[in-house]
Design a protein around this ligand. Structure first.
Ligand code: TYM
Length: 330
């Protein structure tokens, strides 16, 4: 049987978070053994909102090192910087010409900004989902491992691909599927446990970054918002804070929610938070130790150049096929 292909990316518009790790990075690592894995750093997506150049460069480097530190192996996975493979923007433009304003208007991230009364979004922010569709369709990927907030974008990608396949009456693109884990598709803010943990938050008290010191991370967990029910139960509606901590523990330990409940049911909230903090700190320490080692080895440039070369070969073939099919190339 042919190995199935996966593609995904993370946008380093800030420091990578525990949400990025649980919802995405940890799964990329898990799947690299059984799938042909393409993982990129979505740097072109970061500039859809204003960025400080030197901070952005630092975040890019940090993200790439974190990919490796989390366990992505360049011998198994193709790791690259999105902007190194020019085919992404070229196909992005083509797909924008096969997408409708109505579709982009329905994208939640855009709608949220509009609902908040924000009117100063850039054209790049608006067309971001069509670039993301290009990221995926260039590689004929079967699966796109993502957190729940990106599912809608993968669905749009499917719609555009199906539209073009029908229009040209051939299987120009493979129709990709979003791949969502059973547990951990949305990690919530520790201070506001009904809101997604996000790297773009202004206050970082509710957000754990992968490069947070263990002390800082522990403090954030220990001050996570809970409730007054005083029982460890998985009940996202009535106990969102506790439920979020249960999901974090289960995802990082790679066990079920039930297994965590069994282990922690008799703990008081303070003890339970310490239990979760130990798991989180252990994860961060492992990643951070590896990070320091990899940084020392100075291999990043080589990994990214090799990855881009491999990715470009595939992306270019697909782009040529698309261009011939739609008639813009002889
Ligand atoms: P980004 O950078 O916002 O998030 C990267 C990945 O992390 C997941 N994620 C979370 N999962 C669980 N809980 C959270 N709190 C949490 N926060 C983030 C996201 O769902 C995502 O899987 N547009 C994408 C990047 C991208 C991409 C692509 C992804 C560009 N092109 C092609 C897949 C395929 C983004 O901004 O993700």
């Amino acid at each position: 049987m042919d190995t199935k292909r996966m593609i995904s990316g993370i946008k380093p518009s800030g420091h990578l978070t525990l949400g990025n790790y649980i919802g995405a990075l940890q799964n990329f690592v898990k799947y690299q053994d059984d799938y042909e894995m393409f993982v990129f750093i979505a740097n072109l997506h970061t500039i859809t909102v204003p960025q400080d150049p030197s901070e952005l460069r630092n975040n890019l480097e940090e993200a790439a090192l974190l990919y490796l530190a989390a366990g992505l192996n360049p011998q198994k996975a193709t790791i690259f910087l999105q902007s190194d493979v020019l085919e992404h923007t070229q196909l992005g433009h083509i797909l924008a010409c096969y997408s409708y304003l109505g579709e982009l208007n329905r994208m939640t991230q855009y709608k949220d900004k509009v609902a908040k009364g924000e009117t100063n979004h850039t054209v790049g922010f608006y067309t971001y989902p069509t670039l993301m569709a290009a990221d995926i369709l260039l590689y004929d990927a079967h699966f796109v491992p993502v957190g729940i907030d990106q599912k809608q974008h993968v669905e749009l990608t499917r719609d555009i691909a199906e539209r073009m396949n029908n229009r040209y009456n051939k299987e120009l693109f493979l129709i990709p599927e979003p791949l969502l884990e059973e547990v951990g598709v949305k990690i919530y803010d520790l201070q506001e446990p009904t809101k997604k943990m996000s790297k773009s938050d202004i206050s970082d008290k509710g957000c754990i970054y992968l490069m947070d010191t263990p002390k800082k991370a522990r403090k954030k967990i220990m001050s996570a918002v809970t409730d007054s029910l005083d029982k460890i139960a998985y009940d996202p509606i009535n106990q969102p804070g506790i439920s979020n901590l249960i999901v974090i523990a289960a995802s990082l330990k790679k066990v079920s929610i039930e297994a965590i409940l069994l282990e922690t049911q008799d703990l008081r909230y303070g003890e339970f938070k310490k239990y979760v903090a130990d798991i989180v700190v252990d994860t961060l320490e492992t990643i951070q130790n590896k990070y320091a080692e990899i940084k020392e080895q100075n291999i990043l440039q080589e990994v990214l150049v090799d990855g881009a070369n491999k990715a470009r070969t595939i992306a270019n073939k697909k782009l040529k096929e698309v261009q011939r099919t739609i008639g813009i190339e002889l």
